[in-house]
Design a binder for this molecule. Structure first.
Ligand code: SF4
Length: 360
């Protein structure tokens, strides 16, 4: 890999799933889960991927890890094309690309002790042969657990501790890229902050790259270095975190940011609250896929699909009219909602204080 080559490069990534109907399971259509995604992720970076349920963000994460075969497009990892790897070559490649799941309990085998869970990937990849026990103790220490935890079963741990075990399992094989798929969504908000802080510490220590898939923009704002906003299988906006949160351009991004609860009751602004549901990815709208929900829609939007066009700073937007919208619409201000406000304050407070890591 040349020094200028990002860790991961995805070009024109497409994943369509066939829709089968009837007794004979005939293919009657295609769900366009991911439809032409280009991405670059550098070592040490965190790409936040946000969007509503069904927008394709989890499918994208699994495509990058080669857990799903792309319908079209290419993926390069450290300069090597991994799109069509199979068999032992693919297994070897997967060692450096790991996944952390949303539900740590469901992703751990209840019949295996934590020690057995952590030894399994070491044996699979022939790592640390003869000193697996030491490596397990090392991994548990790294994620803030004690060596004696290796003897326990998953049900003996709290949700936060189980997610730490999931992180230790991902780290066991010394990955370069970790996809965190809603990795903190199932956790209590104070535990979320501790796990996010742990992920950041590990990133600094091991130079990891993360793809952080989440629907909670407050968490993404904290952890990401770059953010991609997905809608119906496409990236509609991608930019460095600061630029995206300070100057969102796409109407969908503006609506998502406007929906973040914030601690100023009565704050006013561009309440670009989204109406309606996400259209079916099996039958996406013509032209701009967002046109059925966009408050700024014009005839051109129904006919022409806007390209994702970057500016000189790498802030890319897929909207025909974003300069006009950005110039005329008020800056999005999150709506104040007392229960969510309390939640956000707790989250912010938790990020500012770092309690001992073995409390989760
Ligand atoms: Fe809205 Fe048109 Fe822009 Fe699509 S292209 S986001 S419909 S203004």
């Amino acid at each position: 890999m040349s020094s200028a080559e990002p860790l991961v490069v995805a070009e024109g990534l497409v994943k369509h799933f066939p829709v089968r109907r009837g007794l004979l399971s005939r293919v009657s259509g295609q769900v366009q889960a991911v439809d032409g995604v280009d991405l670059r992720i550098s070592a040490g970076d965190t790409l936040g991927v946000v969007g509503e349920s069904g927008c394709g963000k989890s499918t994208l994460g699994r495509l990058l890890l080669r857990l799903l075969d792309p319908t079209a497009g290419r993926i390069r990892f450290e300069g090597r094309d991994i799109t069509t790897l199979e068999g032992s070559e693919l297994r070897t490649q997967r060692r450096v690309m790991q996944l952390i799941f949303q539900d740590p309990y469901a992703s751990l085998n209840p019949r295996m002790t934590v020690g057995q869970t952590l030894v399994e990937p070491l044996k699979l990849h022939g790592l640390h042969a003869g000193r697996e026990r030491e490596r397990v103790a090392e991994l548990l220490h790294t994620v803030g657990l004690a060596p004696e935890h290796a003897q326990r079963y998953p049900h003996e741990f709290s949700g936060g501790q189980r997610q730490r075990i999931g992180i230790a399992r991902a780290l066991a094989v010394e990955p370069r890229l970790i996809v965190c798929d809603e990795a903190v969504s199932a956790l209590d908000v104070s535990v979320q902050a501790q796990v996010v802080n742990l992920l950041q510490d590990l990133q600094r220590r091991f130079g990891l790259a993360y793809v952080f898939i989440a629907h909670d923009l407050a968490v993404v704002k904290h952890i990401a270095t770059r953010v991609a906003v997905m809608y119906l299988g496409r990236i509609v906006e991608i930019a460095d975190k600061e630029a995206l949160f300070a100057s969102p351009r796409h109407p969908y991004t503006r609506a998502l940011l406007a929906a973040i609860p914030q601690p100023r009751p009565g704050a006013r602004g561009d309440r670009a609250v989204l109406g309606g549901d996400v259209p079916s990815p099996a039958n996406p709208p013509s032209g701009c896929r967002f046109h059925t929900r966009c408050p700024y829609v014009q005839q051109r939007c129904r006919e022409q699909d806007p390209a994702l066009v970057p500016d000189e700073h790498g802030h890319a937007t897929a909207c025909h009219f974003w300069p006009t919208i950005a110039a005329t619409a008020a800056k999005p201000q999150p709506a104040g909602m007392p229960p969510a406000r309390v939640r956000l304050e707790r989250l912010q407070a938790a990020f500012l204080t770092r309690p001992p890591t073995d409390q989760t």
